[in-house]
Design a protein around this ligand. Structure first.
Ligand code: BES
Ligand code: MN
Ligand code: ZN
Length: 506
């Protein structure tokens, strides 16, 4: 979606729809707000008529559409709920609701009146970014395999009006940032939505190489031969079952724009299809496991946006890609696998494969780059979804400062994360009798945290944050109903905006 900014009042734009936010009305004595005088004039008083008949209540998700008698498009009001409870996430969701409501109705260009979304708690810069993000992400559809489409909004413009005209220069910088972030999220959604026959480990590696050419990254792709040389036992074990799509490790380096000298490694789980392997999953939701590559795809997105935003630290992205399927060459329950860094892993369930491939990626990052920090993103456990639902990511960290900065970035992005504990209790549970760690525990409690304890083995003392994004990385037609309107059916690109926000150090 094309995004832009306009200094004028929204009613003066030649738009298919001009959109304002409306807060929840009082039960009585609530006169038509004077702030909508121009909209009302544009509709020859029809807007006020709708207000007087209490058609407009200002409740969240409420959309009121009034066509202008002069034929110059629609005036749209989108409900925001109570004014005191509003925050920037309210504006992000409302913009998405409006854009989605207009889909398939011949509205190609929309304008938002910034002032109507700004409150005592929501500053103009936060509201500005949120509106454009909500519009661009809410307007996203995965269309690659559709032969027909209704067509939706193609351009969203935020109108500053008299109230915010003077902030034009500053808001332009926010426009540039939002364009990079939303285009990146759309790009990661498109990639994560690809089915497993297409988005193989080799294809993810190709995407990394293409991105590297565009943005001047050093990109290394390790195929199964090179992985054997490097002794990446985890990737070889998990990827060994696939006769068609062998595993890949991809290492991408962005040199960093600053002189901070800081190196941050970002490691992603890239299981292009997780059938469970020999410990096979039930059929019902197995199709969703094409999304098990979401962490690795998010890493690609994070590098793309970080480079375009010219963030200061040097960033090393590592993608651990494999297909987890059963066959005569699959790894087996009972196998003992040696990871890149030499630690041994007892495999008790081949469906706990994410931690096994990440073991190699984390160990490689530590050994080759001695990073100041490691962040990993992974659709790692069903337990994460049980604990936190499908809107919130799990954060586990051995470093309070890193954890708190990520939580601050999460509050700004609107992508919720919640920190969970990692203690000796969990470390004890993943100790193996015959190897260093085991990938499945005898007591199956706290699955997100025992998985974290397993990963911690491979980062040593490096400050590290693990983002378990199993719940929020995609929606299904039924979970979609309960999600913000900017999360579309399929891949969400969850985590990208938060981690980029963290790297920007805003
Ligand atoms: N990719 C799954 C985790 C997952 C499940 C993500 C459902 C999103 C929705 C992961 O590889 C997995 O299968 N984990 C197992 C681990 C268990 C066998 C210890 C799980 O969570 O059930
Ligand atoms: Mn699995
Ligand atoms: Zn998995």
């Amino acid at each position: 979606m094309k995004l832009a900014l306009d200094k004028r009042d929204v009613t003066l734009g030649s738009l298919d729809a001009s959109i304002s936010g409306v807060f929840q009305r009082a039960e009585k004595d609530d006169a038509f707000p004077r702030t909508f005088a121009r909209e009302d004039a544009a509709t020859d008083g029809l807007l006020k008529a709708a207000w007087d008949r209490r058609e407009i209540r200002g409740r969240k998700k409420e959309i009121t559409v009034v066509h202008r008698p002069d034929g110059k498009g629609r005036v749209v009001l989108v409900g925001l709920g109570t004014r005191t409870a509003a925050n920037h996430e309210t504006a992000r969701r409302a913009a998405a609701e409006a854009v989605r409501a207009l889909r398939g109705k011949g509205a190609r260009t929309v304008g938002f009146r910034l002032a109507s979304f700004v409150t005592e708690q929501v500053g103009s810069e936060a509201a500005f970014e949120a509106l454009l993000e909500g519009a661009a992400l809410g307007g996203y559809e995965f269309l690659r395999y559709k032969t027909k489409t209704d067509g939706g909004v193609e351009e969203a413009v935020v109108f500053l009006g008299e109230e915010h005209q003077r902030e034009e220069a500053g808001l332009k910088r926010h426009l540039e940032r939002t364009v990079v972030l939303t285009e990146t999220v759309v790009w990661t959604r498109d990639l994560a939505n690809l089915p497993a026959d297409t988005a193989s480990p080799a294809r993810l590696a190709d995407e990394a190489v293409r991105l590297g050419k565009e943005l001047d990254f050093k990109v290394q792709v390790f195929d199964e031969k090179k992985l054997a040389e490097l002794k990446c036992g985890g990737l070889l074990a998990v990827g060994g079952g696939s006769t068609t799509h062998p595993p890949r490790m991809v290492v991408i380096e962005y040199p960093g724009a600053g002189r901070t000298g800081k190196t941050i490694a970002i490691v992603g789980k890239g299981i292009t299809f997780d059938s469970g392997g020999l410990s096979i999953k039930p059929a019902a939701t197995m199709s969703e496991m094409k999304f098990d590559k979401s962490g690795a795809v998010a890493v690609l997105g994070i590098l793309r946006a970080a480079a375009l935003r010219k963030v200061a630290p040097r960033i090393v992205g590592i993608l651990c890609c494999a297909e987890n399927v059963p066959s005569g060459t699959s790894y087996r329950p009972g196998d003992i696998v040696r990871a890149y860094d030499g630690h041994t892993m007892e495999i008790l369930n081949t469906d706990a494969e994410g931690r096994v491939v990440l073991a190699d990626g984390l160990g490689y990052a530590v050994d080759k780059y001695h990073p100041d920090e490691i962040i990993d993103l992974a659709t790692l456990t069903g337990a994460q979804v049980v604990a936190l639902g499908d809107d919130t990511g799990g954060l586990v960290s051995n470093d309070d400062k890193l954890a708190n900065l990520l939580l601050e970035a999460s509050a700004r992005s609107g992508e919720p994360f919640w920190r969970m504990p990692l203690t000796d209790y969990h470390r004890e549970l993943v100790k193996s009798d015959i190897a260093d760690v085991r990938n499945h525990t005898e007591l199956t409690v706290a699955g997100m945290l025992t998985a974290s304890a397993f990963l911690e083995t491979f980062v040593g003392a490096t400050p590290w944050a693990h983002l378990d994004i199993a719940g929020a990385s995609w929606t299904t037609p039924s979970t979609r109903k309960w999600q913000p309107a900017y999360q579309n059916p399929g891949a969400t690109g969850f985590g990208v905006r938060t981690v980029v926000g963290y790297l920007e150090g805003r």
